[in-house]
Design a binder for this molecule. Structure first.
Ligand code: NDP
Ligand code: MG
Length: 395
């Protein structure tokens, strides 16, 4: 079998590390061509030593010479590059078959688009790409014949639970609606009063999943589920009325599809991102992922509840942005990135994350975005507005 050639964007992060774990289990199937990181150069070095890629990309040019030197002394001729243009370059290499898009946030948009425009198999973890630029991104996927496979566990579960060959026509397929499950995050049962002074460390201590810091905070505010509602809208061509969120604290049911005849199909498993990663890498085949089989008697109980929009207003803000359309989700995503970074830096209380996002949505008019430069301009403008609101808050 010819090996599938792979670029991992965001290799040094949580999803990147899980991806390389799956790759290492199947050296007969996959060959790593390029790995990218940003600041964690030591992690990238170790990954290069193990996977021997042709290219490695770091965030800053200052790190290039040092990493090159250490790779040479280990006998590797890996070309070390830096910066956003290099990310696009390694995403679009002609020899690459598939690209794992696992950069966090808006920084992943252009490299992921570069892979799409080469018609590659794109494994999409970087949900912010669809939130900030869903219409353009999906149009490019269709135009260039890229194969888009969701890594986000909920969307991967829905993809697995939809009819084979499903092409985004929910009514024709007999789909009534989809149910996205949410663990509820670390503050599911935390009273509103106590949420005022929770710390970044508490917000990042997720009960079921080990993830990067930004998505961990998103899970704690439930903005992650809001971003996922918008992600599902674009991936599965569903209006907001056909997307529901249900809290399921065990994270065993990864999401469900409700059909018009009353059937509900779901994908279940232990909460381990190697399952959706392996599924998307091997699709339509299946490969081992190193994940233990589900032990239902040991789990004993699965429970469900409705989300509390009073304690978690970010979910309602995401539904609002989806309904408003045009630039609203771009603005939501940018404001969220600014607010979460401020919270992680200890400059903003937890409950003020939603306040900053709401105030940014209120301040920026809903207006159409024609193309990529317009999307980037909306993103930059919303970041400036949110940053200004932050500054005024602490003044
Ligand atoms: P991490 O923070 O663990 O990793 C992020 C990766 O992106 C790192 O490799 C980081 O490099 C790189 N990166 C960060 N900023 C930049 C930048 N400006 N330019 C280039 N590269 C950059 O995040 P996760 O792996 O947790 O998440 C990645 C994406 O996957 C997110 O969009 C998240 O929402 C999504 N996702 C994650 C899940 C999870 O279980 N972790 C589940 C579902 C979706 P470095 O670390 O070297 O600085
Ligand atoms: Mg998810």
């Amino acid at each position: 079998m010819t090996r599938q050639k792979l670029t991992v964007l965001g290799a040094t992060g949580s999803i990147g590390v899980s991806t390389l774990d799956v790759v290492a289990r199947h050296p007969d199937r996959y060959e790593v061509i390029a790995l990218t990181g940003n600041s964690r150069v030591e992690v990238l070095l170790e990954q290069c030593l193990q996977h021997r890629p042709r290219y490695a990309v770091v965030g800053h040019a200052d790190a290039v010479a040092g990493l090159t030197e250490r790779l040479r002394s280990a006998g590797l001729s890996t070309a070390v590059l830096a910066g956003p243009a290099a990310l696009e370059q390694v995403a679009a290499l002609p020899e690459v078959d598939m690209v794992m898009a696992a950069i966090v946030g808006a920084a992943g948009l252009q490299p992921t688009l570069a892979a799409v425009r080469q018609g590659k198999r794109v494994l999409l973890a970087n949900k912010e790409v669809l939130v900030m630029a869903g219409a353009l991104f999906m149009a490019e996927v269709r135009k260039y014949g890229a194969t888009l496979l969701p890594i986000d566990s909920e969307h991967n579960a829905i993809f697995q639970s939809l009819p084979a060959g499903y092409a985004g026509e929910p009514a024709g397929a007999g789909v009534s609606h989809i149910l996205l499950t949410a663990s509820g995050g670390p503050f599911l049962g935390t009273p509103l009063e106590r949420l005022r002074n929770v710390t970044p460390a508490e917000a990042c201590a997720h009960p079921n999943w080990t993830m990067g810091r930004k998505i961990s905070v998103d899970s704690a505010t439930l903005m992650n589920k809001g971003l996922e509602v918008i992600e599902a809208h674009w991936l599965f061509n569903l209006p907001s009325e056909q997307i529901e969120v249900v809290i399921h604290p065990q994270s065993v049911i990864h999401s469900l599809v409700q059909y018009v005849d009353g059937s509900v199909l779901a994908e279940l498993g232990n909460p381990d991102m190697r399952t959706p990663i392996a599924y998307a890498m091997a699709w339509p085949e299946r490969i081992a992922a190193g994940v233990a089989p589900l032990d239902l008697p040991a789990i004993a109980k699965l429970s469900f509840e409705r989300p509390d929009l009073l304690r978690f207003p970010c979910l309602a803000l995401a539904f609002r942005a989806l309904r408003d359309g045009a630039n609203a989700a771009t603005v939501l995503n940018a404001a969220n990135e600014v607010a979460v970074a401020a919270f992680l830096a200890g400059r903003l209380p937890f409950l003020a994350i939603a306040e900053i996002i709401a105030a940014t949505l209120d301040a920026v008019p809903v207006r159409p975005m024609a193309d990529l430069p317009a999307i980037l301009a909306e993103d930059a403008n919303a970041r400036a507005v949110a940053t200004e609101l932050l500054a005024r808050r602490s003044a």
